[in-house]
Ligand binder design. Structure first.
Ligand code: BGC
Length: 779
């Protein structure tokens, strides 16, 4: 993602000064509660309205509705939209994205309403991914909170802010399952797990859309990237996926389906090729599965120029060919590519596609506008007063801080190094200590990095003005000049220090020697993950590891605070740091939230949702693997086993792992019955006790294994979790319900069934540390 320089934005007239603002029509709407529309959409009335409208539309105008243009701040591909104003007045634009603020939106909406023949309102979209103006932690971090209410709240706030800022459509949730930390977009995902990913997807849709799309403060969700984008080969962005139907159905597709079942109004295609046909031209995916099997009746938009990109994919000689392919597949709206605009008319004249196909696509887009209430009040979402009162308001900053604290993962804490004492003097070292921009992460919407709290500021806020800090940068965040040049060309702000690496390390060591404790803030910049930001080497970039080694050699307690967008390979760090806190990119209030955890104002409770490997060579690595015929059982000299010669099989940190300042003990789990009859359910019960010295929350996790199947089954699959708060010394009985439905998968004949036989249930604190019990499913 690249943000255009402000000067260019202004020169293009993309943002208009806030003076001649027309008074917004919409009524004031308070806070995060969804503002109900008085009347729910009546399908018959909607049909009548759209029939009447479409009867007046020319073929060109119908094709115009299929055209989505980018105007403004952000560019995520090699092409930008041209002649936008003119096309709007000619009725050749259906929607606009990448622009916001009530004024800018109103200006374009007025063009459509006052100057186009049929006065059809535009839909306004944007990449609101983890917050609009108030930025929340990256999605990978949010998922790690295992707190669905907090996740839903973050989306509700984002929806409230976005809708106050002119928008009515967000390109989120991103629900691509990813098991490859080389892929930069893992940061935008919920990680590796199908079941958890599905829960998060639903929570996000509920948050954005509420239960009334036409409310002033809800926005339409767009589920992306359909499909399998997270399985790009070698973790290289936009790369091919090739996958069995069973794996798709059981592991990769359920989160998209869950988001649609939660009511998401639109779907975005993915860039990748799927078993030989790119998603954007894939009729099986877009029509057979999405429409016929899943019954989706919203609209499908392409990803950025994804129709055009089917030419280099080798799917057509020219835009004419690929426009036909996409429309035939069932793709309704063309993002930026303008291939539909240029080619569909000709394709109809040549008899290659039918008017009826265009009518179907056009109707779906008009229906979305109708559901959003745009025909009732096209300016519903452009209310300056509401924008002023809503964006980045204190209540939302407070929520961002609270939610961020729930996403910070304590990876290690030897000798109770954390929490810090406010009286301790700190050597605050590292290239990310003072960074505000990196707190926002990538895809940071309308976030203003100047409003973000750095780690240093957060520590000063929480520890108070008397805290003794000696700062040293210690290392550059990267030393590869080409990489830095590339990152800075797309919004990065990386500055290479004039001093030599040795000099910087010497300064940091001197600071460490004088301090009680060293806090090293290291990791990646926000641009090192996200779109088009794959990395083949997932260790700390530049000389940051050398810095940590030198700090360790001082003998001072070493606290490593990580900022990064993907699981990193942190073997040395794990072996040598005294404490380690994974903070991802924690958002506008990141620094405050981090300091809250460092000083024990909040006891960490998050757990990782993507496995951290010991070495990049283990990738893809995920907990729900298959056993193989030669599983490795720990005997190093047993040669013919499924293992590496040079690294262990086990990850550095397994899925579901994360520590607390307190400790928890688990009783052995019990089941209500050892025989589960088809159609009924059983309960799994475990006692969890807080055995440490702090009150705290624990994510109790439940996994299932089907021991024998008509096809081989994973060694474990997450099927439930409960996040419980326990005062110190307190115990609680945690109960889960399992039914036949939780045991289903696609069998040898691709039927979605639960097969009778023995199952193991595992309960524990992460996917590795579990205790088990069995039951049998009988039919
Ligand atoms: C990304 C999408 C995004 C779109 C619009 C693309 O490059 O893949 O996730 O929604 O740009 O900005």
């Amino acid at each position: 993602m690249r943000k255009l320089p402000l000067a260019l934005v202004l020169s293009l007239g993309l943002m208009v000064p806030q003076v001649n603002a027309q008074k917004a029509k919409s009524k004031k709407a308070p806070s995060t509660t969804v503002q109900q529309k008085t009347k729910p959409v009546n399908p018959a009335e909607m049909k009548k309205f759209i029939d009447a409208l479409m009867a007046k539309m020319t073929l060109e105008e119908k094709i115009g509705q299929l055209n989505l243009v980018s105007v403004g701040f952000t560019v995520t591909g090699p092409v930008v939209s041209e002649n936008v104003d003119e096309n709007i007045t000619k009725g050749l634009v259906g929607g606009v994205f990448n622009t916001f603020t009530p004024i800018a939106v109103r200006k374009l909406q007025e063009k459509a309403l006052n100057q186009s023949r049929l006065k059809i309102p535009l839909i306004f979209g944007y990449d609101v991914i983890h917050g609009h103006r108030t930025i929340f932690p990256m999605p990978i971090a949010l998922a790690g909170s295992w707190d669905l209410a907090a996740i839903e709240r973050s989306a509700r706030i984002a929806g409230d802010e976005a809708s106050a800022d002119g928008l009515n459509w967000v390109f989120s949730p991103m629900v691509d399952i990813s098991r490859d930390p080389r892929w930069g977009r893992i940061a935008e995902s919920s990680g590796e797990d199908t079941w958890l990913g599905s829960q998060v997807a639903m929570a996000m849709v509920r948050g954005y859309q509420g239960n009334d799309l036409a409310a002033y403060n809800t926005v339409m969700a767009c589920v992306k990237h359909f499909a399998l984008y997270g399985a790009a080969e070698a973790g290289r962005d936009y790369n091919t996926t090739d996958m069995s139907d069973r794996r798709m159905m059981d592991e990769y597709l359920p989160p998209y389906k869950a988001a649609l079942d939660a009511g998401a109004g639109s779907v975005m295609t993915s860039f990748n090729d799927i078993n030989g046909v790119p998603a954007t031209g894939n009729k099986w995916l877009m029509t057979d599965l999405l429409r016929k099997q899943w019954g989706f009746n919203g609209f499908v938009v392409t990803d950025y120029t994804a129709i055009n990109e089917m030419i280099p994919h080798g799917m057509g000689k020219n835009e004419y060919d690929v426009a036909k392919l996409a429309l035939d597949a069932g793709v309704d709206m063309d993002m930026v590519g303008e291939v539909y605009l240029k080619e569909l008319n000709k394709l109809v004249k040549d008899g290659k596609v039918t008017q009826a196909q265009i009518d179907v696509a056009c109707r779906r887009i008009l229906e979305a506008k109708y559901k959003l209430g745009l025909f009732d009040d096209p300016y519903r979402y452009a209310n300056e007063q509401r924008a002023k009162e809503t964006l980045l308001k204190k209540e939302y900053r407070d929520a961002a801080r609270d939610i961020a604290r729930r996403t910070l993962v304590l990876l290690k804490n030897q000798n109770q190094t954390l929490p810090l004492k406010k009286t301790a003097s700190i050597a605050l070292v590292g290239p990310l200590v003072k960074s505000q921009i990196d707190q926002l992460g990538n895809w940071n919407g309308a976030g203003d990095w100047k409003q973000a709290i750095s780690v240093e500021q957060g520590i000063r806020n929480v520890a108070g003005p008397n805290v003794r800090i000696t700062y040293a940068k210690g290392a550059n965040v990267a030393d590869d000049t080409l990489m830095i040049k590339r990152l800075n060309a797309h919004g990065g702000q990386i500055e290479i220090d004039k001093r030599s690496p040795e000099e910087m390390i010497r300064e940091a060591v001197a600071a460490a020697q004088k301090a009680d404790v060293v806090v090293a803030v290291v990791g990646e910049t926000q641009g090192m993950s996200g779109e088009a930001s794959s990395r083949a080497d997932i260790t700390l970039p530049g000389r940051q590891l050398d810095l940590l080694k030198a700090l360790k050699a001082t003998g001072k307690p070493l606290v490593v605070v990580l900022m990064n967008g993907r699981p990193l390979a942190l073997k040395w760090e794990n072996d040598n740091a005294d404490a380690m806190l994974e903070t991802w990119f924690a958002g506008t209030e990141g620094g405050n939230a981090i300091a809250d955890v460092l000083y024990g104002n909040y006891n960490p409770s998050a757990k990782i949702t993507a496995t951290f490997p010991q070495s990049v060579g283990q990738v893809p690595i995920y907990y729900s693997q298959k056993n193989t015929g030669r599983p490795y059982a720990g005997d190093l000299l047993d040669k013919y086993k499924s293992r590496y010669l040079d690294v262990p099989n086990v990850p550095l940190y397994p899925f579901g792992y994360g520590l607390s300042y307190t400790t928890f003990s688990y009783s052995a789990p019990t089941v209500s019955t050892s025989t589960l009859k088809a159609g009924s359910s059983l309960t799994v019960t475990v006692q969890v006790k807080n055995t440490g010295n702090y009150d705290g929350e624990e994510v109790v996790q439940l996994y299932v294994q089907d021991l024998v199947g008509s096809v081989s089954r994973p060694v474990k699959e997450l099927k439930g979790f409960k996040k419980v708060f326990l005062k110190k010394g307190e115990a609680q009985t945690v109960t889960f319900t399992l039914s036949e439905n939780d045991l289903r998968f696609h069998d040898l004949n691709m039927k979605y069934v639960a097969e009778p036989g023995e199952f193991k249930v595992y309960v524990g604190t992460n996917s590795s540390e579990v205790q088990s019990i069995s039951f049998t499913l009988v039919k």
